[in-house]
Design a protein around this ligand. Structure first.
Ligand code: G3H
Ligand code: ZN
Length: 286
């Protein structure tokens, strides 16, 4: 199996993006890996701190490595880990990659914490990739009415170059109009011209679009064409899983067998993953 680093290089050169999908149960993970395998697409699966606490760090690693042993091109990311300690926990457990999210700190403190995690990761495993985050990415991975966005929160291009060279991070999560979650009373809109300015100062760095739920397909495709190589989706998967479960329980209220009442949720997630992988251009890349 090729490495995640290999696929990022390929994605960057060929202008497509690797999908990144969160899970908090084994059946959700199976839906993501199943969808990606059918599409012959390399894929990242992820647990945030909350999702990892629910699944178990060691258990998430064991589940994903069971698919890797079968030959699936899947890698496990520790998504938005907010302290050195939690990133270390994921690295020690055997995650393939980690996002140290210290974007709430000031610029120098963000560089310090990200560098600390990069240093630790390099000591443990040279193949382990580290992502840093710069800019203020608002919102939660849920359905919200509105989230106020300001260009003042965007990733500043001049800081991006400095951040990458001082931390040695492999990937950079950037902010250019994106928010976490889906909004019902507002249109989500990316500032592609701003993204292009960031790309121009860090042309070699893998740039990550977080918060892709709720964006138009056109915005996502434009962002990939402009230089995004990794796209994160969580909320839309959660909603698909939840809605299918809700209607199944409404339809069959006496059904108590989990593998029966969860099957439609798993299918709904799998279909959505396949649709997103087509949009990201990552089909038939294995
Ligand atoms: O890191 C996770 C993603 O950025 C999820 O964003 O919930 O808007 O899809 P989303
Ligand atoms: Zn995110």
């Amino acid at each position: 199996m090729q490495t995640l680093r290999y696929y990022f290089k390929k994605a960057k050169e060929e202008k497509w993006a690797i999908g990144h999908f969160n899970f908090s149960t084994a059946d959700q993970l199976k839906a993501i890996v199943g969808g990606a395998s059918e599409m012959k697409a390399p894929v990242m699966v992820a647990t945030s701190e909350g999702e990892a606490d629910f699944v178990g760090y060691d258990q998430a690693v064991a589940l994903v490595s069971s698919y890797q042993k079968e030959g699936c091109a899947v890698w496990l990311n520790a998504d938005h880990h907010k302290s050195f300690e939690s990133a270390k926990k994921a690295i020690d457990a055997g995650y393939d990659t980690v996002l140290i999210d210290s974007s709430r700190l000031n610029f120098d403190e963000n560089i310090l914490m990200t560098s600390q995690v990069v240093g630790y990761a390099r000591e443990k495993n040279t193949e382990l990739l580290v992502e840093g985050e710069l800019g203020y990415l608002k919102g939660e991975s849920q359905v919200q009415e509105a989230v106020e966005i300001s260009p003042a929160d965007y990733t500043q291009p001049e800081q991006a170059a400095d951040f990458v060279s001082r931390t040695g991070a492999d990937r950079l999560a950037v902010v250019f109009g994106n928010i976490h979650g889906v909004v019902t009373e507002q249109e989500e809109k990316l500032d592609i011209e701003h993204l292009k300015k960031i790309v121009s100062v860090v042309p070699e760095t893998v740039l990550v679009l977080h918060g892709a739920s709720g964006l138009s397909d056109k915005d996502v495709a434009d962002a990939i064409a402009a230089g995004i190589s990794n796209v994160h989706i969580n909320t839309e998967l959660r909603v698909a899983y939840h809605n299918a479960l809700h209607s199944e329980l409404d339809k069959e209220p006496s059904q108590t067998t989990p593998y029966k009442f969860l099957a439609p949720s798993q299918d709904a997630m799998k279909e959505l993953v396949k649709k997103k992988l087509k949009l990201f251009g990552s089909v038939d890349k294995i």
